[in-house]
Ligand binder design. Structure first.
Ligand code: MSP
Length: 510
């Protein structure tokens, strides 16, 4: 039987040398979802990439004395390196400077122009001449340029516009017919009440005041302005309008666009309207996640609360960082980041609950049975609760993942590990070990523990892949598929475990 397809995307990132832990959040949760879907048997395409055009980049390149392309070429690898160090399993990294993307944007622009959805008009704005930037009234600081603090003047520039307004009613109808299109629900209400109901303005889609962008083929003074360029990546990456559109045919429409809350508007208003105008099916869902914040505010280099995420990875391990991002931010809300909180999570859940459990269990198997895990099938009612919790876990995690409650999903897995620790307290293996007649019962208890650890770890693979591999190695199993955890007892009795290894070192609080 053919596998079902699943297409998931993150936003494409502005190239930067200063990514912070907040930036990693989107890619980590998308990665956990992509891995979970792969393990569930889907053929997954996970897309991420970089958004490289625009005046800001052009200016930074000028300051650095290089061409914009040289500038982005140099820093785009920073993102790839960061995603590698975070074990991000993307299938493609698209750059908006890729030839296939540029051609796709140009074809879309021309098509929309030819069918009358893009027209030429005049862009009016407040302009700062030294900074060569347009600002809106609300962006100004005390009525002056927010970048340099100088006076701005009202000027206008010839520009192309996209007729968003024409599709307004069709969009509202689409929302009504597809109640799950925007998640969480609160963001949908925000879109309708704050943006659509007051009436959509047509969108400026070209500029003449800078040239670092995709050129408009039929009017070479103009380059395509940001969002039309950026959003198109989701289809250009699949070869839409190219000679080979097999990926597009296979994976479009997208199953899930995961985006931060501040760009939900572009993904749930502008993007669907572009797709409607192109007569393409719309994505199935856009999920607007909350932010990682510090003391209620933004993370940023200028605020001095920024640290390269690779420093945390080096200090605490990749899965400490992944776990924090996945566990700390509740569905759709913001979550607070601090190094102390990262340390608390690592010490509490990772070192005390999981690390200790695996270490103690393997230690006891070595001590009492020379490393052999063998069930003697001496059951006790005390086992039932552990076994039931283990075999019902997949259903629970499936359901949280279907609702994109990633934080609850990973916590449910840790509930099983906590339950295992309780089982050790209940069964007291060290007491059983004192009585030769209880040896078979002791063997069964340790088998149950190893099997419950295996079941939890099979699910944990989607979230903490490197730790999961270490656990599989220590308990010496390659039975890692989702089907193997619906029943208790698939771990092969008689297996010899490998040497225990500390999974997470306890970190001294600073
Ligand atoms: N280039 C645009 C997206 C175009 S998509 C067609 C962009 N880039 S970005 O680099 O500024 O942001 C990329 C992602 O990082 C966004 O989803 C954004 O929400 C996320 N984050 C940036 N800071 C964040 C936090 N502090 N916390 C969580 N995510 C945040 O926007």
């Amino acid at each position: 039987m053919d596998k079902k397809n699943y297409y998931i995307t993150t936003p494409i990132y502005y190239p930067s040398a200063n990514f912070h832990i907040g930036h990693c959040y989107t890619t980590i949760i998308a990665d956990a979802i992509a891995r979970y879907k792969r393990l569930s048997g889907y053929d997954v395409f996970y897309l991420t990439g970089s958004d490289e055009h625009g005046q800001k980049i052009q200016r930074k390149a000028e300051e650095a004395g290089v061409s914009p392309k040289e500038y982005v070429d140099k820093i785009v690898d920073n993102a790839k390196d960061l995603w590698k160090s975070l074990d991000i399993s993307y299938d493609k990294f698209i750059r908006t400077t890729d030839e296939e993307h540029i051609l796709c944007v140009q074809k879309i622009f021309k098509k929309l122009y030819d069918q009358g959805d893009i027209y030429k008009g005049e862009y009016k704005g407040l302009y700062c001449t030294p900074c060569e930037s347009f600002w809106t009234e609300t962006q100004l600081k005390d009525g002056k340029c927010p970048d340099c603090g100088r006076e701005v003047s009202e000027v206008s520039e010839e520009a192309y516009f996209f007729k968003l307004s024409k599709y307004q009613d069709k969009l509202i109808k689409f929302y009504e017919e597809h109640p799950d299109f925007i998640e969480p629900e609160s963001r949908k209400n925000e879109m309708i009440n704050n943006f659509i109901k007051p009436g959509l303005d047509d969108l400026c889609v070209s500029r003449t005041s800078f040239d670092w962008g995709v050129p408009v083929t039929f009017d070479d003074k103009h380059v395509v302005y940001v969002w039309l360029d950026a959003l198109t990546n989701y289809v250009s990456a699949l070869g839409y309008l190219s000679d080979d559109d097999s990926l597009f045919k296979k994976f479009w429409p997208c199953d899930l666009h995961i985006v931060g809350k501040e760009i939900v508007r572009f993904h749930t208003i502008i993007w669907p309207i572009i797709l409607m105008a192109l007569d393409l099916p719309l994505p199935k869902q856009v999920f607007g996640h909350g932010w990682l914040i510090i003391n209620g505010g933004k993370i940023s280099k200028s605020l001095g609360n920024y640290r390269d995420p690779r420093e945390y990875i080096e200090m605490y391990g990749v899965d400490a960082v992944r776990y924090f991002a996945l566990r700390e931010v509740p569905f759709g809300n913001d979550g607070n980041f601090s190094e102390e909180a990262l340390i608390t999570r690592t010490n509490g859940d990772l070192a005390n609950v999981l690390g200790n459990l695996v270490n103690r269990t393997i230690g006891m198997v070595n001590k009492y049975f020379g490393g052999i895990v063998e069930t003697k099938k001496v059951a006790d009612v005390i086992d039932d609760d552990l076994i039931n919790e283990a075999i019902s876990l997949k259903k629970k995690v499936d359901s949280y993942m279907d609702d994109l409650e990633v934080s609850k999903a990973i916590d449910a897995i840790f509930d099983l590990f906590r339950r295992c620790n309780k089982y050790i307290d209940e069964t007291m293996p060290w007491i059983l070990a004192k009585d030769e007649e209880k040896k078979d019962r002791l063997a069964t208890v340790l088998y149950n523990l190893v099997e419950a650890i295996r079941i939890g770890t099979v699910l944990l693979q989607a979230y903490l892949p490197s730790t999961s591999e270490k656990i599989f190695h220590q308990i010496n199993t390659d039975i890692k598929d989702f089907d193997s955890i619906l029943e208790f007892g698939k771990y092969i009795s008689g297996t010899k475990v490998n040497e225990p290894e500390v999974l997470f070192k306890r970190i001294e609080e600073k």
